[in-house]
Design a binder for this molecule. Structure first.
Ligand SMILES: C[S@@+](CC[C@H](N)C(=O)[O-])C[C@H]1O[C@@H](n2cnc3c(N)ncnc32)[C@H](O)[C@@H]1O
Length: 346
């Protein structure tokens, strides 16, 4: 038998192979695994059972190697920990589960666009449909993101209002309208969304809830709504996590002013969105979502306004701000409660 010489080259390990750069690399992979684990129901299973084995998680429909690979990846962030043939939830699980909507929004909803950032940076390529996002995943992620604070706040405000018809602009999954209609059988609702993926998801959710007669989903651009019969009796308009799509300023002012024309009986506009954050990003101060939200909109060419810019737009468009609520989740989220301004006397 010949002797084998084993040589380590170079003699010293380069720091990037184990240090901060390695952590960033692994974080990206774990982030992808979290999103996938949410979509295949693995996170919900772990949440319900506290642990699982590969066969149970695969459930006869998924490849065992992939499921094991996802679980082994989650071990890196202590989302799960190996325990014999099983994986049990680890100290990182609770936060990741609570934040699963952010991960799903990022990876499944926006991943493709992040991957082509160098291409969309070229001005000549920023024409027509120059990017694609999975709007079904964006809608599902947004619903999960809003579940902890925004939706309870909406419920509190809407419960205190007297109305029979409500409209939701950029309705996404349609869940808000479904919840409101389920709670009050005298209420009817209309959701408007521009994306086919969102409209299909919302229509299916409405049908599953047995609310087809009372909740209508319309595909359309909320910036160009006409005062049709279906909008005539709407008294409350909500708009969550899409207000930035109204911008830049003049387009926003025109769009907000047009809402008063399209909904002639509107008494309240509840607009909730994430506003631009001041200051440089850093691991110490930057909250979840923030840089992902701001970069993806830069790639799409969508301006994210600051709170102050929103206030200017409301005033210019004829809406009075009656109350403003700041939420912690999503970070930098604000719910503006508005009423149509009284007509100015000549
Ligand atoms: C981030 S999602 C939010 C979905 C939902 N409002 C929620 O709170 O979960 C934004 C939604 O607004 C829709 N949207 C964007 N621009 C729009 C426009 N101009 N007219 C109608 N819908 C629009 C998108 O298709 C998407 O479904």
């Amino acid at each position: 038998m010949t002797d084998t010489f084993v040589e380590t080259y170079p003699a010293e390990t380069p720091p990037y192979t184990v240090g901060a750069a390695a952590s960033l690399f692994s974080s990206y992979v774990v982030t992808s695994a979290i999103s996938a684990s949410h979509q295949i129901g693995l996170l919900d299973l772990l949440h319900a059972e506290g642990g699982t084995d590969v066969a149970t998680a695969a459930g006869g429909r998924l490849d065992h190697g992939v499921v094991r690979g996802l679980l082994d990846t989650l071990v890196w962030a202590k989302v799960v920990q190996p325990d014999g043939d099983r994986y049990t939830v680890g100290p990182g699980f609770a936060d990741v589960y609570a934040a699963r909507g952010y991960f799903y929004w990022l990876v499944k909803g926006c991943g493709e666009l992040f991957s082509i950032a160098p291409d969309v940076a070229v001005p000549e390529q920023r024409v027509g449909d120059f990017y694609h996002r999975d709007m079904r995943a964006v809608a599902i992620g947004s619903r999960l993101i809003g579940d902890s604070e925004v939706e309870p706040l909406f419920d509190e405000i809407v419960t205190g209002l007297d109305f029979a018809v409500i409209a939701d602009l950029g309705c996404g999954s349609g869940q808000r309208l479904i919840r409101i209609a389920e709670r009050d059988p005298s209420v009817s609702a209309v959701g408007v969304d521009i994306a086919r993926g969102s409209v299909e998801l919302a229509e299916k959710s409405v049908a599953d809830a047995g609310l087809e007669g009372r909740v209508h989903i319309v595909q359309g651009d909320v910036l160009a709504l006409e005062p049709t019969e279906i909008f005539a009796d709407v008294e409350v308009v909500t708009c969550v996590f899409m207000g930035h799509d109204f911008w830049p300023m003049q387009r926003c002012v025109d769009g907000l002013a047009n809402l008063r024309r399209a909904f002639p009986n509107v008494k309240r506009l509840l607009l909730c969105d994430v506003v631009r954050t001041p200051g440089p990003a850093s691991p110490e101060t930057t909250t979840i979502f923030t840089i992902g939200f701001e970069l993806i909109h830069a790639l799409m060419g969508v301006y994210i306004p600051s709170r102050r810019e929103w206030l200017e737009a409301f005033e210019a468009a004829g809406w009075d701000l009656v109350r403003e609520r700041h939420v912690a989740a999503p970070p930098s989220g604000i719910l503006f409660e508005l009423v149509p301004s009284a007509p100015r006397s000549a």
